[in-house]
Ligand binder design. Sequence first.
Ligand code: NDP
Ligand code: 2IT
Length: 445
Amino acid sequence: MYNSVEEFMGHVEAKNQGEKEFHQAVHEVVDSLWDFLKDHPDYIHAKVLERIIEPERVVMFRVPWRNDRGEVEVNRGFRVEFNSAIGPYKGGLRFHPSVNLGILKFLGFEQVFKNSLTTLPMGGGKGGSDFDPKGKTDNEVMSFCQSFMTELSRHIGPDTDVPAGDIGVGGREIGYLFGQYKRIMNEFSGILTGKGLNWGGSLIRPEATGYGCVYFTEEMLKAKGDSISGKTVAISGSGNVAQFATEKVNDLGGKVITLSDSGGTIHDPEGIDSDKLEYVMDLKNVKRGRISEYAEKYGATFLEGKRPWDVACDVGLPCATQNEINEADAKTLVKNGCKAVAEGANMPSEPSAVEVFLGNNILFGPGKAANAGGVAVSGLEMSQNSMRLSWSREEVDQKLQGIMQSIHQACVDHGSNDKTIDYVKGANIAGFIKVADAMIDQGAV
Ligand code: NDP
Ligand code: 2IT
């Protein structure tokens, strides 16, 4: 038994050297669980914490492919199969040049708790590659995806491991990956989620992460007798999650004033209405252009190289990537009157930023709760695939709203103290209990 969080983290850091994002994700969870574990010695005796931080399996592989000039390129592929106590491994694939084992372990670890919170039977996993889809032709992306799946196909299956999208992996990539799996295995089955609607996909899956994040924000505000209606919202990113978060904020009567990409932020004080959002979707999903083009088209301000957090807002929704809000950004958000922050991205707030939010009673929804809508609808896609049936848009959206409400309630049940709701603590404890109990039931495996 370790005597302190610091002692435990010393062991984690020594054993997983250089994996700083993984250390960060583990530290946050262990911090939340420490006092709870002292009151529940069964988990300590069964060494659940020591086991839950160790992936069940990590696969790392070579991905050779040919570019349009006929040259061979080589990338590295990964699948981290983290925990299967409550269901098959489930989690996205990320294609981005920054991808390495530490980043995928952080994402896989978060996914274990997130998937547990969804109420659905899904274990946790994550994978991807350091392949950069930016500037590549469709043909090059297809070549890469086919090579990636040629190896990945040995490790996944509808009852084993079911990947999906994440940064750099959307409908186009899922299509190429699915086609190659089917060709190699001679089998049409639900081995990926986020599929096209006419070949096994679910309605609302593309929308689910962004919509779910806004539903979660609405629940947090509702608990305070407030709502999104009339609020000014700053969103970072301009990909899948950011786009559908914008759509849902508009539906609920809020105004989105920023979007961003790795080049900078656009600030449109008039609000990004549905026509402008349609332009962003075409720009990003079809033309694959830069968000700066929005500023040229609509005469909005472009803050080159900047994130959105200096722009005054009532609600902040970070929907781009990890560690995109630092302590100074958090202080600026608080100073400018921000009331709520919900993480559409995974771990976008640095630990010191989270401290600022919690210390100032900002409603703070951590990613594993606030962005769980995406994987939740992936779980619903798996159910529909198993039944060989598909549900209507309304039916899936209703289920998504119900799931986001139950995640909010789980955070309230496990994170409330006298005055406030600590959603970080609530999400970590609630997510942990279900997985930890299953691990104990299944013996020392
Ligand atoms: P996309 O690839 O569709 O979009 C990513 C967006 O974030 C782009 O605007 C991209 O800009 C920006 N971005 C990515 N990396 C960086 C970086 N290092 N610095 C600045 N900007 C960056 O991905 P998603 O929208 O799917 O994912 C966004 C976040 O949401 C990720 O953290 C992901 O893990 C999380 N998430 C996604 C889910 C899903 O269902 N898709 C589910 C739950 C969480 P640029 O194009 O310039 O790179
Ligand atoms: O981080 C995430 O939850 C995702 N990228 C979605 C995973 C999934 O399996 O839908």
